[in-house]
Design a protein around this ligand. Structure first.
Ligand code: NAI
Ligand code: MG
Length: 481
């Protein structure tokens, strides 16, 4: 099979890596090489930042409505090409085709539309200051923004950073993960074709410690957004601190999904399953801890196990219920955690092993796995596993549920299942997480802000809120005397 070779996308063109080196990108469903991708180094990042800097003035001074129009045209193109983009992303990540299609249409295209429409609505304020003065604020772009994203659904993670940054008048250098980047490269091409000026959006591919670190420590960027692990997030923040570059971090989670006896059981079972097995659990807000009230524990778990047994696991392109993990490394990490859970004394009630029969032989498949009798101090109750592994804990009172839910260093999301309004809102108030879902799981669109409490990071994505990260306020005082 002929494998396509991808260069960096810098200044509106494909640019050969300075090192002349390429690395292989695999389809995690088969471990087949699907592309060769430029291995970015300092020099490439240098070029990309220079291109973004050069394009910065023109883009920031363009009519906001014109910026918006280009972004909305990009949205239309994503919709037109959704099938193709979804296929590319499914091959690149192993995520089920249907999920990739939803990521293209309902998320990526929608974000370009949403922020395209906001581009000319970034208003300032007039402020009544003492004396005979006029005081007003301007909301201005930062300039050149670096963005580092992970491999789980680049269409999702990428559009979340790119669209608002561009709408606000910034130019962007994106460093996708070394495991999945093909849709971001295609997106760069689409954007050029739709009239985005050269250098406004650039993609440098490569490894984290090389291309990623070069971008994070660059002295000529004005802002940095990072999505990924807590550990790398901390490192990136240190690098950015060197040049006092503001960062936003969207990091990991160990989100609690809390079910009370008065919940609508069937809906709660269905969402508990989706919350952890969507994307094979490689989702930042995955509902990886299920907190069941003791009264319903047995009955709930029985239903959940029965439904989990029916999940079809297979190659992303075949539209399974669940695809593979992203890489051999992630496979090993997840299998290791399954071992840890067993060792700690939790009980595997379904799954618990690698799947490698027949067509699954060469891919990175793990069975949907549920651990019961998990205690809150166990590592499988504390660490982000980032795989299809659910930890079930039991509680008896609202207070205990809150205590368990808040008892990790993370704070990305939490869900509450109850028909009791007071209880639902009381918990929403006490749970330490950036997103609270009541009687469902996952956000329903791009309009509402999301992000972390505690070590899950800071800064918000989506909604209007993210624009605060991609703009800065200038105050102007005029003496009218
Ligand atoms: P990672 O945080 O190392 O990678 C995320 C991004 O950061 C990638 O683009 C990578 O190239 C880049 N990067 C890595 N090292 C860097 C450095 N020194 N300087 C600048 N950029 C760097 O995550 P990784 O290794 O892919 O996954 C490890 C674990 O992290 C996962 O098993 C999961 O638990 C967690 N993770 C969580 C995510 C989330 O959304 N919650 C996303 C990705 C990973
Ligand atoms: Mg990595």
């Amino acid at each position: 099979m002929a494998v396509r070779r991808y260069e960096h996308y810098i200044g509106g063109r494909w640019i050969v890596p300075t090192s002349g080196e390429y690395f292989k990108s695999l389809d995690p469903s088969t471990a087949d090489v699907v592309a060769e991708v430029a291995r970015g180094t300092n020099d490439d990042v240098e070029q990309a930042v220079a291109a973004a800097r050069q394009a910065s003035k023109g883009w920031r001074d363009a009519e906001p409505s014109q910026r918006g129009r280009i972004l909305r045209r990009v949205a239309d193109r994503i919709l037109q090409e959704a099938d193709r983009l979804a296929q590319l992303e499914s091959i690149d990540t192993g995520f089920p085709l249907r999920d990739c299609l939803a990521a293209a249409r309902d998320v990526a295209a929608r974000r370009f539309e949403y922020y395209g429409e906001l581009a000319d609505k970034l208003e300032g304020e007039t402020i009544p200051v003492p004396g005979n003065h006029l005081d007003y604020t301007l909301r201005e772009p930062l300039g050149v923004v670096g963005q580092i994203i992970p491999w789980n659904s680049p269409l999702w993670e990428g559009s979340r950073c790119i669209a608002p940054a561009l709408a606000a008048g910034n130019t962007v250098v994106l460093k996708p993960a070394e495991e999945a980047m093909l849709t971001m490269l295609r997106l760069a091409e689409i954007m050029s074709e739709e009239g985005l000026p050269a250098g406004v959006f650039n993609v440098v591919t490569g490894y984290g410690p090389e291309a990623g670190a070069a971008l994070a420590s660059h002295g000529q960027i004005n802002g940095l957004s990072f999505t990924g692990s807590v550990e790398t997030g901390g490192q990136v923040m240190k690098m950015a601190a060197e040049h006092v570059v503001p960062v936003s971090l969207e990091l990991g989670g160990k989100s609690a999904n809390i079910v009370f006896p008065d919940a609508e059981m069937d809906a709660a079972v269905m969402w508990a399953m989706i919350a952890i097995f969507a994307g094979s659990g490689q989702v930042c807000v995955a509902g990886s801890r299920l907190l069941l009230h003791r009264q319903i524990h047995d009955q709930f778990l029985e239903k959940l196990i029965e439904r989990t047994r029916q999940l079809r696991v297979g190659p992303g392109l075949e539209n399974p219920d669940m695809g593979p993990l992203i890489s051999q490394a992630q496979l090993e990490r997840v299998l290791n955690y399954i071992g840890v859970g067993k060792f700690e004394g939790a009980a595997v009630v379904v799954g618990g092993e690698r799947l490698s029969e027949g067509p699954l032989a060469s891919g990175y498949f793990v069975a949907p796995t549920i651990f019961d009798r998990v205690e809150r101090g166990m590592r499988i109750a504390q660490d982000e596993i980032f795989g299809p592994v659910l930890s079930v804990l039991t509680f008896e009172s609202d207070e205990e549920a809150i205590e368990i839910a808040n008892g990790t260093p993370y704070g990305l999301a939490a869900a509450v299942w109850t028909q009791n309004l007071k209880r639902a809102h009381r918990l929403a108030r006490h749970l330490e997480a950036g997103s609270i879902y009541i009687n469902r799981y996952f956000s329903s669109g791009v309009e509402a802000p999301a992000g972390g409490y505690k070590r899950s990071g800071f800064g918000r994505v989506d909604g209007f809120e993210v624009l605060r990260h991609y703009t800065q306020i200038k105050n102007v005082l005029v003496n009218l005397d």
